[in-house]
Ligand binder design. Structure first.
Ligand SMILES: Cc1cc2nc3c(=O)[nH]c(=O)nc-3n(C[C@H](O)[C@H](O)[C@H](O)COP(=O)(O)O)c2cc1C
Length: 350
């Protein structure tokens, strides 16, 4: 099967399998403040993603390109919206265009409609430093995301079966990319140890890409003749991954929260758990597919407005303050973090 056909398959199956809502954010409750002493007017939502600054704390995560005209239209709409709301945006894996130049316009459009925006290139961890440079140059990217997708590859009928050497290739890309390197998961989360390995490799940011939203095991199963169920419920939720990741990062590397972020409250919880910004993918694709460009802009307008109200209610004027808002972790997330030796009261009594 061609990469272009596979890309279109992924879009269709992502829309039908949807979001599982097992992201762990329902286990997180903010501590309400009756005297926040804030005004919506004074809220500053500007965020930092490693060395880069954005005016929105929410970014559009990697999805597409490489599937001809349809993916070019999606990327054009997403990037136009990103520019309007000051959000960073990532393109989908550019390997398709590195292998076949005729696919370049479906990625290049992202920079064309958003000349001043923060844009991330994207390749898998099979890529080498030369391919990373080509992906960055293709869209004049401000940073490059390297995605980790072991589970997707295993369930994919034509997927990779050899995952050796990924960390060494990432280190090589960090040395030669010339722009910040962000390593991201694709919906199965990251543990403390993985975050430490990536931090030591010198990456600028780590997007834990947690379990609980778009599920690439289910998407690939929809493309298989004989289903492989082992990985459908596999992964570390986004909430837990951010908590583990930010404990490992200790403020020395930027943690990004994504995976199943469906609304402004999920995004605020991701940041309060320790992320510097929150990424959304599948939900925005489905809003655009169902309601077009106008619907996407309205969704993003409401998302940002509500995010401001949440910050106001918590008495937090900046993203840094939101990162320190008290919250209580309950249920399965509390059980997991306690079993793994993390001090959950450090979130509830700060
Ligand atoms: C249709 C579709 C295609 C995707 N393609 C890529 C990709 O090419 N590269 C990548 O790093 N992540 C890709 N992702 C994963 C997302 O960036 C994100 O990590 C994942 O969907 C979890 O976030 P969500 O629950 O908000 O969708 C894709 C997601 C979707 C829905």
């Amino acid at each position: 099967m061609s990469r272009a056909k596979r890309k279109l398959d992924h879009i269709n199956h992502a829309l039908t399998t949807g979001q599982s809502r097992q992201n762990g954010f329902d286990d997180i409750t903010f501590v309400h403040k009756s005297l926040p002493d804030t005004s919506v007017e004074d809220i500053d939502m500007s965020a930092r993603i490693g060395e880069l600054s954005t005016s929105s704390p929410i970014f559009i995560n990697a999805m597409t390109g490489g599937g001809g005209e349809k993916t070019e239209q999606i990327n054009e709409a997403l990037s136009t919206a990103a520019a309007a709301f000051g959000m960073a945006i990532a393109v989908g894996s550019q390997m398709a265009a590195i292998r076949d130049k005729s696919e370049q316009p479906s990625y290049e459009v992202v920079r064309k409609v958003n000349p001043k925006g923060v844009i991330f290139a994207n390749l898998g961890s099979e890529a080498n430093a030369d391919q990373a440079k080509r992906a960055i140059d293709m869209i004049e990217a401000d940073a490059i995301q390297i995605h980790l997708n072991v589970i997707q590859e295993l369930v994919m009928p034509e997927g990779d079966r050899d995952f050796k050497g990924a960390l060494t290739r990432i280190e090589e890309i960090v040395r030669h990319a010339g722009v910040p390197v962000i390593v991201k998961e694709t919906g199965f989360g990251m543990d403390w140890d993985t975050v430490l390995q990536l931090k030591n490799a010198g990456v600028s940011a780590i997007d834990i890409g947690g379990y609980g939203g778009t599920n690439f095991s289910k998407i690939e199963n929809a493309r298989r003749n004989r289903a492989l169920h082992a990985f459908n419920g596999w992964g570390i939720s986004s909430a837990i991954s951010i908590a583990e990741g930010s404990n490992a990062a200790r403020g020395e590397v930027c943690i990004l929260g994504s995976g199943g972020i469906q609304d402004s409250l999920d995004a605020a919880k991701a940041i309060a758990l320790g992320a510097s910004a929150a990424g959304m993918a599948g939900i925005l694709l489905s809003v655009f597919t169902e309601h077009g460009e106008e619907g996407l802009h309205e969704e993003l307008r409401l998302l940002h407005e509500e995010f401001k109200w949440i910050m106001c209610a918590l008495g937090t004027k900046t993203i840094k303050e939101l990162q320190n808002a008290p919250l209580v972790i309950s249920g399965a997330s509390h059980h997991w973090l306690s079993e793994r030796g993390f001090e959950t009261s450090s979130y509830s009594r700060r």
